[in-house]
Design a protein around this ligand. Sequence first.
Ligand code: DQA
Length: 143
Amino acid sequence: MKVLVLNGPNLGRLDIRDSSIYGDMNYAELVSHIESAAKTHGFIADVRQSNDEAEIISWLYEAADAKIPVIINPAAFTHYSYAIRDAAELVKAPLIEVHLSNPMAREEFRHTSVISGVANGTIGGFGPNSYVLALIALKALLS
Ligand code: DQA
């Protein structure tokens, strides 16, 4: 089964972001990590990244129309994008929010997620393995 793995702004530049927060993998390595874990758990991962809110919204429409499950790291949009929240709500297949870091252990503005209320669940703080845990959770939700 296909899963859309959507990544928000600045995640494409993990190579130059703070590795003490986001770890040592660059974005290409993160994509490979997700793709191979997806295969292990019986999924085909379509992994995408955009800095553009409108593009992420159009990908959520695609998932809603095709009834494809979604794993989404909305990055900074997590904390304020009602538009992404409303589009995520349209996805009736499972939708899991993930974060590399643990936003609750960071600055106060990261403690709010406008996405969590429309997600089946949220996984954060495990680096690239947050995505792997989300795939395992997704498999359980679908079985
Ligand atoms: C993030 C956490 C967000 O607060 C931040 O804006 C990001 C990445 C994470 O994966 O830890 O860009 O979503």
